[in-house]
Design a protein around this ligand. Structure first.
Ligand SMILES: [Zn+2]
Length: 343
């Protein structure tokens, strides 16, 4: 038997005792979970604001793991490999998977959201979902999934060098979007309510402009000034707030694209002629693709992405239930909390 942390209902974590996983079937791998990153999805699940959470569930989808055992027909990894896990369990024969869009498979199950995730010492996962690295730490491997969300969103928006990109919301997902807008060499402006987060974007992330979300006319004026009156050819919303997602279209310039990265369960409202006159493109971005995990691992290994600013808080596994409520409060300065499942 081993201990696992289960979210039984909103705001109700419990340490439970579960069977050791196994046996390992063909195509699968048994892994030791070393690190789990806590993300906005986990926080929303804890607060009861995440529509997809299947309570009771063992959370944990940002994973740094070690391969302990492989089943038959596994060629992707070997025993001892350190890996990041792509937690999106898709049906390879589904309509979207066959179109190469494994990230939004019709029957997609995300580890730690729809099905049990990594807040347990050992688990079995499909070997094709493991992305190994010979150089990265388990902390860094646990960060790859968060980064993949931003990488996919920037890919959806097709950011190009030199264009004006606006990122709305500077929480972890917004920061992850910024990381890839930087790699695309876009000119980046960040809009957020929280001054501490804006300061972080300016001083640590090195973005070009930050704008404090406040009085509406003032915000629009500042955004126009930054872009010579043209507004932004690419805007990405990482707030998940229906108000922000509705308002955001006003910051998209003629011919521009708007990408929804965050999810709202509320309806969005637009004045359609505004979108139409500008011939705006609206896009959504869900999860990420396997090749994006591979690219991020290369970028971290080669130093293009610096993971150090990301890791702000840590909890030992035994301490997480007590520490978790603090991670739901942005004023604690948490960007990424990492759980040491086995040290
Ligand atoms: Zn995540």
């Amino acid at each position: 038997m081993m201990n696992a942390i289960q979210l039984q209902a909103p705001e109700q974590f419990r340490m439970i005792s579960i069977d050791e996983p196994g046996p390992v079937a063909a195509g699968e791998a048994l892994v030791q979970v070393h690190r789990v990153g806590i993300c906005g999805t986990d926080i929303s699940g804890y607060l009861g604001k995440m529509p997809f959470f299947a309570y009771p569930v063992i959370p944990g989808h940002e994973l740094g793991v070690e391969v302990l055992e492989v089943g038959a027909e596994v060629s992707e990894v070997e025993v001892g490999d350190a890996c990041s896990v792509e937690p999106y369990l898709n049906d390879p024969n589904s309509f979207s998977s066959r179109r190469g869009r494994t990230n939004c498979c019709e029957t997609l199950e995300v580890l730690g959201v729809h099905t049990d995730g990594g807040l347990r010492p050992r688990m079995v996962v499909p070997a094709r979902k493991l992305h190994p690295s010979k150089e990265m730490s388990y902390d860094q491997l646990a960060l790859v999934e968060t980064l993949a969300i931003g990488c996919h969103a920037i890919g959806r928006g097709r950011a190009v060098e030199g264009e004006h990109v606006l990122v709305i919301g500077a929480g972890p997902i917004g920061l992850s979007v910024i990381e890839f807008a930087k790699i695309a060499k876009a000119r980046i402006t960040v809009l957020d309510l929280n001054e501490t987060r804006l300061q972080f974007c300016r001083e640590v992330m090195g973005v070009d402009h930050v704008v404090s979300a406040g009085e509406e006319d003032l915000v629009l004026g500042q955004l126009e000034a930054i872009t010579d009156g043209n507004l932004f050819t690419l805007v990405l919303d990482a707030t998940g707030s229906n108000q922000s997602m509705s308002k955001g279209v006003e910051y998209v310039g003629h011919t521009g694209r708007f990408v929804f990265v965050g999810i709202s369960t509320q309806p969005l409202t637009y004045y359609h002629p505004l979108l139409h006159r500008r011939e705006m493109t609206l896009l959504t971005s869900r999860n990420a693709l396997p090749e994006e995990f591979g690219k991020i691992i290369q970028w971290i290994e080669s130093g293009v992405i610096d993971t150090r600013p990301w890791m702000t808080h840590r909890s030992p596994f035994e301490q997480l239930i007590e520490d978790f409520p603090a991670y739901t409060r942005p004023e604690t300065g948490v960007i990424k909390a990492i759980v040491d499942v086995s040290r």
